[in-house]
Design a protein around this ligand. Structure first.
Ligand SMILES: [Zn+2]
Length: 311
């Protein structure tokens, strides 16, 4: 399986259009110690000749990210190699890109029933996806499920890969009405994907809440882990003047401090540990910072736009 990181920043990207934090300012000034980043987007291809690709999330930068990736260009007969999208939440940053895919093209959308209700019931703009003929096909995932995925309709063929889902304890986005939140299953709000192929596993968790530790099991077993590292410290948004809320209050487990990701990450994890979904305020983005050095010393890699990984 080939995996490509098309974008590695958290919401807003790096630099963020309205942010003048130290990181955004130094990047704009051309400091060589920072790399620009688009909003988190992952693509993977499960077949040996990379003719079919799936997206994990649909970022606000998706159109530019597809156009910057030759593997995702339409084939000569005019069909896209993108077969489907796995959505991990209904957050704006993980669904807005669906609107870039509205050009009369059918594909599969795999997500929980809760996320589907949010997108279809209160956000009729996503109805543009129904204009394709046949329309986009919504496939329901359980938040604790195991789905064998086939690339062809040949009977008896074994699945090309298996998508396991793990609830990550996140909440539905603020824009969802309280009535709809009450009507949806809490575990459906935010999920991670443990993809399996030929005995190997990649665990993708671009949004990690502080309210669950269920992620630690797949994080320990997977050969590759791509995991949310939005913030270094719990009070990062407060001391950079970006918000009055802590990382935990907005639903993200920070890297540092008691109970943080670095402390909770299983010590016996056997695979590559890759940090993704990095907020523009996070000091690990400064290649000269002590925090950047600390995550590398702890055995983590820092994802970047264009990063290629083979499972
Ligand atoms: Zn900033």
């Amino acid at each position: 399986m080939r995996i490509k990181v098309l974008g590695s920043a958290a919401g807003g990207g790096f630099p963020q259009w309205n942010c003048s934090c130290r990181n955004c300012r130094l990047l704009r000034e051309g400091s060589p110690h920072f790399q620009p980043r688009t909003q988190t987007q992952i693509a993977f291809s499960p077949d040996p000749d990379s003719s079919v690709w799936f997206l994990v999330g649909a970022s606000p930068d998706l159109r530019a990210q597809i156009n910057a990736t030759p593997e995702l260009a339409p084939r000569s007969e005019g069909t896209s190699p993108i077969g489907g999208v796995f959505l991990y939440s209904a957050d704006v940053d993980s669904v807005m890109g669906l609107l870039h895919l509205r050009e009369f093209q059918t594909f599969f959308v795999f997500t929980t029933s809760g996320v589907q209700r949010v997108l279809k019931k209160e956000n009729r703009i996503f109805g543009v996806l129904d204009r394709a003929d046949p329309p986009v096909q919504w496939q329901t995932l359980s938040s604790r499920g195991r789905l064998g995925c086939h690339l062809s309709e040949s009977p008896g063929e074994s699945p090309a890969f298996i998508a396991n889902t793990i609830p990550l304890g996140g909440s539905y986005p603020d824009y969802v009405s309280p009535e709809l939140v009450n009507a949806c299953v809490p575990d459906d709000a935010s999920i991670g994907f443990l993809l399996e192929q030929a005995g190997k596993q990649v665990f993708i968790a671009p949004s990690l809440s502080p309210h669950s530790t269920e992620w630690t099991k797949p994080a320990a077993s997977a050969d590759i882990v791509l995991i949310d590292s939005a913030f270094w410290s719990d009070d990062e948004l407060i001391h950079t003047g970006r918000s009055k809320k802590t990382a935990r209050e907005i639903g993200h487990l920070p890297l540092d401090g008691p109970g943080g990701l670095l402390e909770q990450f299983p010590a016996n994890a056997k695979g590559r540990k890759i940090l993704i979904h990095i907020n523009n305020t996070n000091p690990i983005l400064d290649q000269q910072s002590a925090e950047h050095r600390a995550v590398l010393d702890a055995g983590f890699e820092i994802a970047y736009d264009g990063m290629e990984i083979t499972l």
